[in-house]
Write a protein that binds this ligand. Structure first.
Ligand code: FES
Length: 106
């Protein structure tokens, strides 16, 4: 299992174990982490799974693909470390990953 930490804008922190192969979004939804609605079910078509990747992890999570970039245009408060969490596959290399949620998602 891979440990992922989700930090709400309020500071509330959820540390959960996620099975490799799931996405960072699925890890949140399956563990009842609030703030990731994932309205489109992970199809990169809603932007309700927006997260900020902790700067220390950006290299390992990689960059958003073109389709993800264009969907991020619809998200609020986009920053250089913004990603759609449904597009980040959980791998053993991401053990310890930290993501923060935007103020608009809670
Ligand atoms: Fe809809 Fe990620 S769940 S874009």
């Amino acid at each position: 299992m891979v440990t992922v930490t989700y930090i709400q804008h309020s500071g509330e922190t959820h540390v959960v174990e996620v099975k490799p192969g799931l996405s960072v979004m699925e890890g949140a939804v399956r563990n009842n982490v609030p703030g990731i609605d994932a309205d489109c079910g992970g199809a990169c078509a809603c932007a309700t799974c927006h997260v900020y990747v902790d700067p220390d992890w950006l290299e390992k999570t990689g960059k958003a693909a073109a389709m993800e970039e264009s969907m991020l245009d619809f998200a609020e408060g986009v920053e250089p470390n913004s990603r759609l969490s449904c597009q980040i596959p959980v791998t053993p290399e991401l053990d310890g990953l930290i993501v923060r949620l935007p103020q608009s998602q809670h």
